[in-house]
Design a protein around this ligand. Structure first.
Ligand SMILES: NC(=O)c1ccc[n+]([C@@H]2O[C@H](COP(=O)([O-])OP(=O)(O)OC[C@H]3O[C@@H](n4cnc5c(N)ncnc54)[C@H](O)[C@@H]3O)[C@@H](O)[C@H]2O)c1
Ligand SMILES: [Zn+2]
Length: 373
């Protein structure tokens, strides 16, 4: 794919988008960013890290008069703009449907009825669409369990047992063919975005790729948005001298991928036709416990004190999910390079230049009032 291609990145002023824009520009692409600088993420300010070599449209990417400006100039569309927040999506339901499902629908409808030269669309999907990850029993094989019931969680039994023999199930890497069991409105909208993009792409002969990001971390992740990833939430607590608060027993695991590895994966998927028509995991393939991450951050930021393990739970939380990255390796030659410990140290160094309000108590109060925690 030639470098004189014009790539439009919606959400390109955000955490992942801005790193992607830097990489695209470094590789010689012309880049247009369409970003509405959402208040919850940017606190009403233009971020200082924006790459000066990109062109910017600071507006909603789904508005007709905005589409009119950028679609005719776009060769490749990378749609990252979204409302991002699992917990918040459970009570601001319309905001998430509008910002994610409806916004994507508007872009696709525009393409269906206007001339354009778009050669490929990539869309940001999420590991959240899987719900629980995959599990294995040495006697009875693979299981794809549904979310744990409130009854189970209220007894403090966090782990899954094999429904046939009763032994503890072992979490295994989650591959793209696992049935999708979204457990939040956010996840439903991510699945919607993925499916809509593939369906319209197929109907109108536009190659499409959906990338299922796992837990992405790194500099520029909004610390003011209290609804985003677990690392940013821990960070904003630690920066305010509060220990991270951990639900359940802390042994739940996630797959933490450094943003620089992730954006390399997006670029590979953009360039390689083998990804076309596919939904592909982008993670590291390594499971790390939430307790471990919290301890490392606590040690390096606060130096003393303990992490707080609550043994309480949030409805809808999954126990384990980490990526099977065989497909990304096979189709794209994708290989994450950054080891978590090194990536975390870099992240912590960046954090030391940041200020942040600790919104954890406010969010927990909201969730409590709604009976979600
Ligand atoms: N961060 C993660 O761990 C993670 C994991 C899985 C999937 N994702 C997906 O990756 C994408 C990027 O997430 P992020 O972590 O960089 O979040 P972010 O909030 O930092 O970035 C999103 C950007 O989109 C902009 N935006 C939101 N709605 C818009 C609209 N209608 N029009 C134009 N701009 C709009 C925001 O202002 C923001 O700059 C999202 O689609 C998200 O669902 C992120
Ligand atoms: Zn069994």
């Amino acid at each position: 794919m030639a470098n004189n291609m014009r790539v439009t990145v919606t959400g390109g002023a955000g955490f992942i988008g801005s790193h992607l824009v830097d990489l695209l520009i470094e590789k010689g692409y012309q880049v247009i960013v369409v970003d509405s600088l959402e208040k919850q993420v940017h606190r009403g300010k233009k971020p200082s890290y924006l790459n000066k070599k990109a062109k910017y449209i600071f507006d909603k990417c789904e508005k007709k008069d905005v589409l009119k400006k950028y679609i005719p100039k776009t060769d490749i569309l990378i749609h990252l703009a979204a409302s991002v927040g699992v917990g918040q999506s459970m009570y601001q339901i319309k905001k998430y449907i509008k910002g994610n499902t409806y916004a994507t629908a508007s872009i696709l409808e525009y393409l269906s009825s206007h001339c354009h030269k778009i050669k490929k669309i990539l869309v940001a999907s999420s590991m959240s669409i899987y719900g629980e990850g995959k599990y294995y029993c040495s006697k009875d094989g693979v299981f794809n369990p549904q979310i744990r019931t409130e009854k189970q969680l209220s007894t403090g039994n966090w782990d899954y047992k094999c429904p046939s023999c009763g032994k503890n199930l072992v979490p295994i890497a989650t591959s793209e063919d696992k049935p999708l069991y979204p457990t939040s409105i956010y996840a439903v909208t991510k699945r919607d975005q993925e499916e809509m993009v593939h369906i319209i792409g197929k109907a109108y002969n536009i190659p499409t790729v959906a990338l299922r990001f796992f837990n992405v971390y790194g500099s520029r992740q909004s610390l003011s948005n209290p609804y985003t990833g677990v690392l940013a939430i821990f960070a904003s607590r630690l920066l305010n001298n509060h220990s991270p608060v951990i639900y359940e027993d802390g042994n739940q695991t996630r797959d933490f991928i450094n943003v620089s590895d992730l954006v390399r994966g997006i670029l590979l998927a953009m360039k390689d036709d083998k990804a076309n028509g596919k939904s592909i995991n982008l993670g590291t393939g390594i499971a790390t416990s939430v307790k471990m991450i919290a301890s490392i951050m606590q040690q390096h930021i606060l130096k003393d004190g303990d992490i707080t393990i609550t043994n309480r739970f949030r409805n809808g939380d999954i126990r384990h999910c980490f990526a099977d990255i065989t497909l990304a390796k096979k189709l794209l030659g994708f290989k994450p390079k950054i080891r978590l410990k090194n990536g975390l140290l870099d992240y912590i160094e960046w954090l030391s230049t940041q200020e942040s309000a600790d919104n954890f108590a406010k969010v927990e109060k909201e969730l409590k009032m709604k009976g979600l925690v």
